[in-house]
Write a protein that binds this ligand. Structure first.
Ligand code: M6R
Length: 600
């Protein structure tokens, strides 16, 4: 989703902006732009609805050395206004000397626009963000840019990470409120970005803006903060840099990331496994004891939370609830609740907003994320990283598996530490979990063999049902989400016992019904009810099923009752990808979706 980079350097800033924007590409975007100080002190703006590389070509066609050493850049994921060049950031004020980029949502944009139009301002786009450029313009007379941005942000309702520069004075100011922004200084220059990853190669450490901060970016930055905060936030060490993985033998990132799941599982069990059965993993987090757990997340991360909640309560009796982060307003959190916030990116606005609301009370927050230095990691009281490695495909695959295994290790360890799980039993369960890489590898092989024919046979189907019972239902939910986001076909999941209470009405001859068949009690009856109506049953189960991804589960105590048939998810990932490819969809970048959902 939207990303920001801004900087001042002693050499032309455009190459830095373009490289930073390329590093933000993985988040997903539909237009891109930069504004730099031109040779004659004008703001030069270049915008495109194509890729960053296209913008780069256009910049190189200009005379780069003549471009200025100060500028801002942005990747946009449309929220207000269609995808078009005129709606791409940066936006200008009426004079053309100010340029701004913005992440977040200005909730009172319509009122502000009306007010500004009444004052004579002309707008060049449909986006909410443009009001900021005109508000700063209004406040600019006689004021420094820092003061003008302060005054402008006082009028805003909503969330913002902003970078504003004045091409006539070379002032660059950034501001943040409920949208992440960091600043960093080095021999290369002075930078700001919505994600430290964008500027990581040029800096050693960085500072994070708090809500309400407004900062002038230059050699001697001025930092304006809310009352009560120290004059400047602490310096944080730059996180290790990930090199964009190459595809090597894979056709797409999703294929690569599905294939990596056994390796990810092995890594997690090597890192966390030895600290589970003695409770050390939990104790090292320094969190208080809990009586119940609230799992918080969105999309696939929420599905991982739902599976974890089910295994927690079924196996230990510790109650749980799952909160859809965007629905936190309906949540009620009791005493002695632990909040486990799950997010692969750690930047999901709905999750961050839920945590900053008062609705979760003072419950301690444990972040389970693939990006420990993310905004979620910084907000949480403790963090456990999922160690899945960079995930490029928009559809979460290996990060889901990593959340599941990491969360299971944390839960087991916590139960030992609080005396509700015998360490010997915990050690047996960890022993079983060590089999996860093999189970996943077996599931990948079986799915790759069986799925292409199923994808071919179901390619005309307008929609899919996903069923399971108990833990299997939780995995079926993730299967349905994967299929929806990749194939643009509807897919709904139900506990199989609900069939007769409504969804059976959808089943007609040929309707594909995917069943996570872990031999749960009464599942065979559900399957025969579908088959009796001509539904095409796709059974993900043991030997002899349509996709024999579950292998022979009798040899392990892991599958039932602890984690459930988690490797069934692999089969559904492969099915979603295969069908999407059959339908000609882009499996790494499904339409309308972004990797990092930074607006709410
Ligand atoms: O980064 P997060 O895990 O917080 O993202 C949450 C969802 O946006 C994400 O899981 C989304 O549903 C995925 N694209 C699903 O594959």
């Amino acid at each position: 989703m939207c990303g920001i980079i801004a900087g001042v350097s002693s050499t032309p800033i455009a190459p830095y902006l373009l490289e930073g924007l390329e590093r933000l590409e993985y988040r997903g975007y539909d237009s891109v732009g930069i504004a730099v100080a031109g040779g004659s002190h004008l703001v030069m703006r270049l915008r495109s609805t194509k890729r960053v590389k296209d913008l780069g070509r256009r910049v190189r066609d200009l005379d780069v050395p003549r471009l200025g050493t100060i500028g801002i850049g942005h990747t946009r994921w449309a929220t207000h206004g269609e995808v078009s060049t005129r709606n791409a950031h940066p936006h200008n004020d009426c004079t053309g000397r100010l340029a701004i980029v913005h992440n977040g949502v200005i909730e009172n944009a319509a009122e502000l626009r009306e007010l500004l139009v009444g004052l004579g301002h002309g707008f060049g786009s449909d986006v909410d963000s443009e009001v900021v450029a005109h508000l700063v313009e209004e406040a600019r007379a006689g004021s420094s840019l820092l003061d003008a941005v302060r005054e402008a942000t006082d009028a805003l309702v909503g969330s913002w990470a902003l970078a504003v520069f004045d091409g006539t004075t070379d002032e660059l100011v950034v501001a943040s409120h409920q949208s992440p922004l960091v600043v960093a200084h080095s021999v290369h220059g002075h930078f700001a970005a919505s994600d430290i990853g964008a500027i990581a190669p040029w800096v050693e450490d960085f500072q994070v803006l708090e809500d309400g901060d407004v900062v002038e970016i230059n050699a001697s930055p001025r930092w304006h903060r809310r009352e009560g905060l120290p004059p400047e936030p602490e310096l944080r060490a730059r996180p290790p840099m990930h090199v964009q993985p190459s595809l090597v033998v894979h056709a797409d990132y999703m294929s690569k990331e599905i294939e990596e799941q056994p390796e990810v599982a092995a890594r997690i069990m090597t890192e966390l496994g030895p600290r589970v059965a003695d409770g050390e993993l939990w104790r090292s987090l320094g969190l208080p004891d809990f009586a119940r757990v609230t799992f918080l997340g969105c999309g696939t991360s929420l599905n991982a939370g739902r599976a974890l909640g089910q295994l927690l309560t079924r196996n230990s009796g510790v109650p749980h609830q799952c909160i859809v982060a965007s629905e936190v307003a309906t949540a009620s959190v009791e005493d002695k609740t632990l909040v486990m916030a799950l997010s692969q990116s750690g930047e999901t606005a709905d999750v961050l907003r839920a945590l900053s609301s008062n609705l979760l009370g003072s419950a301690p927050v444990l972040a389970v994320t693939n990006v420990g230095h993310s905004a979620l990691g910084r907000r949480a009281d403790a963090v456990v990283e999922c160690s899945a490695g960079p995930e490029i495909g928009v559809a979460a695959t290996k990060t889901y598996m990593a959340q599941l295994l990491t969360g299971t290790c944390i839960i087991l360890s916590a139960l030992v530490a609080r005396g509700t799980l015998d360490p010997v039993r915990a050690a047996q369960l960890v022993g079983d979990l060590q089999r996860a890489p093999d189970l996943l590898a077996q599931a990948i092989g079986a799915s790759r063999r069986a799925v292409p024919a199923i994808a071919e046979a179901t390619s005309e189907a307008p929609g899919f049902l996903f069923l399971g019972r108990g833990a299997g239902w939780r995995f079926a939910e993730e299967g349905a989400l994967k299929l929806t986001e990749l194939t643009y076909r509807w897919a709904v999941s139900y506990p199989a016992g609900e069939l007769k209470h409504g969804p059976l009405a959808l089943v007609e001859r040929g309707t594909p019904v995917v069943v996570v068949d872990d031999q749960a009690r009464r599942l065979a009856v559900d399957i025969s009810e579908v088959a009796a109506r001509g539904g095409r049953v796709v059974r993900i189960g043991g030997p002899g099923s349509t996709i024999p991804a579950l292998g022979n589960r009798e040899a392990t105590v892991l599958g039932i009752p602890w984690c459930g048939p988690f490797e069934s998810v692999v089969a559904m990932q492969v099915l979603a990808r295969e069908l999407a490819l059959t339908l000609g969809c882009d499996v790494d970048k499904p339409r309308n979706l972004a990797k990092s959902v930074t607006v709410h």
